[in-house]
Design a protein around this ligand. Structure first.
Ligand code: ATP
Length: 324
């Protein structure tokens, strides 16, 4: 092995930079050249890559986002696009690839692997919906960003006797909403995996008011049928009166942009280092992820078909805590 490549793909996640840094520096320590590929799979298709030295990854570990850039690349979804990518890799003599990203990105990694190219994935997405890693790069920081916002909203909510509906990210997976809701002390949590009756939300807020609470907090995932807009419409249509003055806040992409915390920096560093270790061992077509606190390789074929269920015990626990 003489030259490997590294790219970040899909939604950016705080900690991706620590993973890039680890791949570059552990790759160099193996005696390889490491090519940084710009803007995810777009850079593969457009031949946009350059060799990276140890100093090129200086001063990035503390920054959110990704120094390599990321993109959603439609061309790579086609067989023709992937062939073009393989052609560019061959032309630049890149012999193996580390792909840092979430579900879609690892599906792309698996597709390359099935075409015979040596790839290793690194589990990175704030959604925490990736099979093969119990927690992924960026989740912990995204949760902290949401909590800072919620703690601040609760301060003003208490002063004005307000109920806040706060929408957090999560198109298909309610993990962020669930954990934000539990750790932020929400009265009600709405996630895409679980159909709810909007009237239950109205009742939860009304009961909180009747129990003498100074404020009420509802956390909703963006992908739930009753997300912020869905609930706003419902409340307006039914003239729902809960006792509280209702306000709505959507955190959106703010959650992606946090400064990576110690947990994400360490996880990303360990996963990036594991990825180059797997390459050195000739262990390809796997995802580097965290299982029971240990870094483990999971075949990409399992990653792309496996489902990572939410722990619904957490939802039940929040119900117990929040009806008191
Ligand atoms: P996140 O969920 O955190 O946003 P992700 O990695 O799941 O990250 P996606 O937008 O789903 O992000 O995928 C990123 C890129 O991976 C896509 O733009 C596309 O280039 C590639 N990709 C996704 N699905 C496939 C597929 N089935 N085959 C080949 N490539 C794919």
């Amino acid at each position: 092995m003489k030259r490997i490549g590294v790219l970040t793909s899909g939604g950016d996640a705080p900690g991706m930079n620590a993973a890039i840094r680890a791949v570059v520096r552990t790759g160099l320590s193996q005696g390889w050249e490491v090519m940084g590929i710009r803007n995810g799979y777009s850079g593969l298709c457009n031949n946009n890559m350059a060799a990276m030295g140890a100093r090129d990854v200086s001063g990035i570990i503390q920054h959110g986002g990704t120094a390599l850039g990321s993109a959603r690349c439609h061309e790579f979804l086609t067989e023709e696009g992937r062939r073009k990518a393989l052609h560019n890799l061959e032309e630049r003599a890149v012999e193996a690839l580390v792909i840092i990203g979430g579900n879609g990105s690892q599906t792309g990694a698996h597709a390359l692997s099935q075409m015979g190219f040596p790839v290793v994935g690194v589990a990175s997405t704030i959604d925490n919906d990736l099979y093969g890693s119990e927690i992924t790069i960026g989740v912990d920081t995204a949760l902290d960003v949401a909590l800072v916002a919620i703690d601040q909203l609760k301060v003003t909510a208490s002063s004005h006797h307000r109920a806040f509906i706060v929408e957090v990210m999560g198109r298909d997976c309610g993990y962020l909403a669930l954990v934000t809701g539990i750790t932020g002390g929400a009265e009600y949590i709405v996630i895409p995996e679980f159909e709810i009756d909007a009237e239950d939300v109205v009742n939860a807020i009304r009961l909180a008011y009747e129990r003498g609470k100074a404020h009420a907090l509802i956390i909703v995932a963006e992908g739930a049928r009753y997300n912020a807009r869905g609930l706003e419409n419902y409340f307006a249509k039914h003239h729902a009166d809960t006792g509280f003055d209702l306000r709505i806040t959507t955190l959106g992409h703010v959650q992606r942009g946090g400064t990576p915390g110690a947990f994400d920096r360490l996880l990303a560093t360990r996963l990036g280092a594991a990825a180059t270790e797997y390459i050195a061992q000739g262990k390809f077509g796997v995802l580097a992820g965290l299982t029971r606190g240990q870094i483990t390789p999971t075949p990409l074929a399992e990653v792309v078909t496996g489902e990572k269920p939410l722990d619904l015990n957490l939802l039940r626990l929040s119900e117990v805590l929040n009806t008191q």
